[in-house]
Design a protein around this ligand. Structure first.
Ligand code: HEC
Ligand code: HEC
Ligand code: HEC
Ligand code: HEC
Ligand code: HEC
Length: 452
C-alpha cells in the first residue's frame, strides 16, 4: 500500500532535483556579458595614474594572457582530451587569464584563443587590468572569477571607478568608495579556483588566507591580501615577517597628497615571466618576497639515533607556502650532511646538472588524482586532491632526515629551502629543452654542527 506513494515521492523528488539542477549550475557560475567598447584601455588610465600604471605594466596581472608558461600549459592540457567534463575545464582558463575578452565575448574558450589569436582584441591581451578591477562592485561567489562588474561606456562616458577613497574627485570619471576593493574578496574571486565540473579545489589561496591568523576579527591584526601585496615596492618586501610601512604620495597627477597609495606591482614568487618582457624589477621583488617568507631550523637532539629534524616555518605568507598553482610550483628542502673530514655522508634534494631533482626529494606541493588514486598532471582530469604537503600560514612542518648510519664524530648539516616557479623537467617537456632556465631562489638557509 505504502510502496506506490513512496515511489511517487521519489519520482517527484527526482523531478524537482532535475528541474532545479540547471538553475544550480547557472548560479554556480554567473557571468555577465558586456560590449567590448565599454572597457577603457589601461594606457588611458595611465595618462593620469602614471606611477600606478608603471607598477602594473609587466606585472603578472598585465601578462596573464601572454604568459608563455600559462599558454604552454593551457594548450597542452587540451591536447587529446575526449571526456566532455574534462574539456569544459580545459577550455575555461580564459575566464581569469583573459578576463576582458571572456566577459565581452572573445575568446570564450582556450581553443578560440589558440586557433584565432588575431581575433583576440588588443585590450583583452592586456590581461587583468585597471578598468576590469575598478569597475567591480562585488562577487556572486568568491571563486572562479564570479565577479560583478559595472563598467562605464568607454572614454566618452567612463562611469564610476571604485577604490579605497571616499573623498576623491576626477574630471574624467566618477569616483566611489568600495569596501570590496579594500577586502581580500576582490582577490579571492580569482585566487580560488575550482574545477568547473568536478568541483575539485585547484587553487585555494583565498580559502587558506580566510582560515589564517591574518584574517583576524581584530581590526589591528587583520591583514588582507592588499596589506602585503599592495604595500610591496622595491626594497620593501612587505611580508608577514617584515615591516609594512605606508607608501605616502599621490594617486594621480595633480591628485592630493595621501598617507598611503596602494602599490600595483602584484608580485608573488614569479621571477621567470617578467624578465621575458624586459622587466627585472618585478623579478627582483619576487626574490625579495621569497627571501622573507620562511625560516629554517635544525634540531639535532636525535643525532645519536642518526636522525635530524629540519623545521620549516611560514613566517611571511598570508597563505600556505607555496600557494596558487602549488601543483606546478616546486619548493623543496636541500640538505647536505658532511663528516668532520668534509666528506659528504648524506644528501637530499640536490639537483643534477640539468636542474632535475632526485626522486625522493622533500617537496612541498599539491598533487591531484584521477579519482582512482592515480596522480594526474593535467588539471582538467583532477577529480581529487591526492596530496597536500605545504606549510600553513604562521605554521611549521617538521621533516625528518635519516642518516644511513649514526655518525661516529661531529657532522655539519647545511639545509636550504629552495623555490622555483616550475620544475625544470616540466618546462623542458612542455617547451623543449633549455628554452627557459628557471631560476632557483634560496628562500631560507640554516647550518649546524652536531652534536654540539
Ligand atoms: C587586480 C585588480 C586591480 C588592478 C588590475 C588594478 N587595480 Fe587599482 N586598485 C585595486 C585595489 C584592490 C585597490 C585598493 C586597495 C585597498 O584599498 O586595499 C586599488 C587602488 C587604486 C587606486 C587608488 C590609489 C591607490 O593606489 O591606493 C587607483 C587610483 C588605482 N587603483 C588605479 C589603477 C590603475 C590606473 C590601474 C591600471 C594601471 C589599476 N588600478 C589596476 C585593484 C586593482
Ligand atoms: C584625466 C585624469 C584621469 C584619468 C584619465 C583617470 N583617472 Fe582615475 N582619478 C583621477 C584623479 C585626479 C583621481 C583622484 C585621486 C585622489 O583623490 O587621490 C582619480 C581616482 C581614481 C580612483 C580612486 C577612486 C576612489 O574613490 O577610491 C580609481 C580607482 C581610479 N581613479 C581609476 C581609474 C581608472 C581605472 C582609469 C582608466 C579607466 C582612470 N582612473 C583614469 C584622474 C584620472
Ligand atoms: C602576510 C603577508 C601576505 C598576505 C596577507 C598575503 N600574501 Fe600572498 N604572498 C606573501 C609572500 C611572502 C609570498 C611569497 C611566497 C610564495 O610565493 O608563496 C606570497 C606569494 C603569493 C602568490 C604567489 C604564490 C606562488 O608561489 O606561486 C600569490 C598568487 C599570492 N601570494 C596571492 C595572495 C592573495 C590572493 C592573498 C589574499 C587572499 C595573499 N596573497 C595574502 C605574503 C602574503
Ligand atoms: C580577474 C582575476 C584576478 C583578480 C581579481 C586578481 N587576480 Fe591576482 N592573478 C590572477 C591571475 C590569472 C594571475 C596569474 C597570471 C599568470 O601567471 O599568468 C594572478 C597573479 C597574481 C600574483 C602573482 C603571482 C606570482 O606567482 O608571482 C599576485 C601576487 C596576485 N595575483 C595578487 C592579487 C591580489 C593581491 C589581488 C587583489 C587585489 C588579485 N591578485 C586579484 C587573477 C586575478
Ligand atoms: C578562477 C581563475 C583561474 C582560472 C579559471 C585559471 N587560472 Fe591559472 N591562475 C590563476 C591565478 C590566480 C594564478 C596565480 C597563482 C600563482 O601564481 O600561483 C594562476 C596561475 C597560473 C599559472 C602559472 C603561470 C606562471 O607564469 O607561473 C599557470 C600555468 C596557469 N595558471 C594555468 C591555467 C590553466 C591551464 C587554466 C585552465 C585549465 C587556468 N590556469 C585557469 C587563476 C585562474
Amino acid at each position: 500500500m505504502g510502496k506506490p506513494i513512496l515511489k511517487t515521492t521519489i519520482v517527484i523528488a527526482l523531478a524537482a532535483l532535475f528541474s532545479i539542477y540547471p538553475l544550480v549550475m547557472i548560479s554556480c557560475s554567473r557571468v555577465q556579458h558586456f560590449e567590448l567598447s565599454r572597457f577603457i584601455a589601461p594606457e588611458t588610465c595611465g595618462g593620469c595614474h602614471d606611477a600606478i600604471y608603471d607598477q602594473w605594466k609587466n606585472s603578472m596581472h598585465h601578462l596573464s594572457q601572454v604568459d608563455s608558461l600559462y599558454r604552454a600549459a593551457a594548450f597542452h592540457y587540451l591536447e587529446g582530451l575526449t571526456d566532455t567534463d574534462e574539456i569544459k575545464e580545459a577550455e575555461s582558463c580564459v575566464k581569469c587569464h583573459t578576463p576582458v575578452g571572456f566577459f565581452t565575448g572573445f575568446p570564450k574558450t582556450v581553443s578560440q584563443e589558440r586557433d584565432e589569436p588575431g581575433r583576440v582584441p588588443e585590450i583583452a591581451r592586456q590581461g587583468i587590468q585597471c578598468d576590469f578591477c575598478h569597475s567591480a562592485t562585488g562577487a556572486y561567489a568568491v571563486y572562479n572569477n564570479q565577479i560583478k562588474l559595472d563598467p562605464g561606456y568607454g572614454e566618452s562616458d567612463p562611469g564610476v571607478k571604485r577604490g579605497p577613497f571616499g573623498d576623491s574627485k576626477s574630471d574624467f570619471h566618477k569616483n566611489a568608495f568600495s569596501k570590496f576593493h579594500t577586502s581580500s574578496e576582490i582577490c579571492g574571486v580569482c585566487h580560488d579556483v575550482r574545477h568547473v565540473v568536478f568541483g575539485t579545489k585547484l587553487e585555494t589561496t583565498y580559502e587558506e588566507w580566510s582560515k589564517s591568523p591574518y584574517n583576524s576579527s581584530n581590526v589591528k591584526e587583520h591583514v588582507p591580501c592588499q596589506g602585503c601585496h599592495m604595500y610591496q615596492r622595491p626594497g620593501v618586501p612587505a611580508t608577514g615577517s617584515t615591516s609594512r610601512p605606508k607608501n605616502p604620495g599621490t594617486a594621480a597627477v595633480d591628485g592630493p597628497h595621501r598617507e598611503h597609495i596602494y602599490t600595483h606591482y602584484f608580485v608573488g614568487g614569479n621571477a621567470v615571466i617578467p624578465p621575458l618582457h624586459d622587466d627585472r624589477v618585478k623579478a627582483d621583488m619576487a626574490v625579495e618576497r621569497l627571501r622573507n617568507a620562511a625560516v629554517l631550523s635544525i634540531d639535532g637532539s636525535k643525532i645519536g639515533e642518526g636522525k635530524i629534524f629540519v623545521r620549516v616555518t611560514n613566517t611571511g605568507a598570508g597563505h600556505y607556502l607555496p600557494t596558487g598553482v602549488s601543483d606546478i610550483r616546486q619548493m623543496w628542502l636541500e640538505v647536505v650532511v658532511k663528516d668532520e673530514a668534509g666528506r659528504t655522508v648524506y644528501t637530499t634534494g640536490v639537483a643534477d646538472a640539468r636542474g632535475y631533482l632526485p626522486g625522493k626529494a622533500i617537496v612541498f606541493n599539491t598533487v591531484f588524482g584521477d579519482g582512482k588514486g592515480n596522480a594526474v598532471g593535467n588539471l582538467a582530469k583532477a577529480r581529487e586532491v591526492l596530496r597536500d604537503h605545504r606549510v600553513p600560514p604562521k605554521g611549521t612542518l617538521t621533516e625528518a632526515i635519516y642518516l644511513p648510519t649514526a655518525p661516529a664524530g661531529k657532522v655539519l648539516v647545511s639545509a636550504r629551502l629552495l623555490y622555483r616557479s616550475v620544475p625544470q623537467k616540466l618546462v623542458d617537456s612542455l617547451m623543449g629543452n633549455s628554452i627557459i632556465r628557471i631560476p632557483v631562489i634560496v628562500m631560507a638557509e640554516a647550518r649546524k654542527t652536531l652534536p654540539r
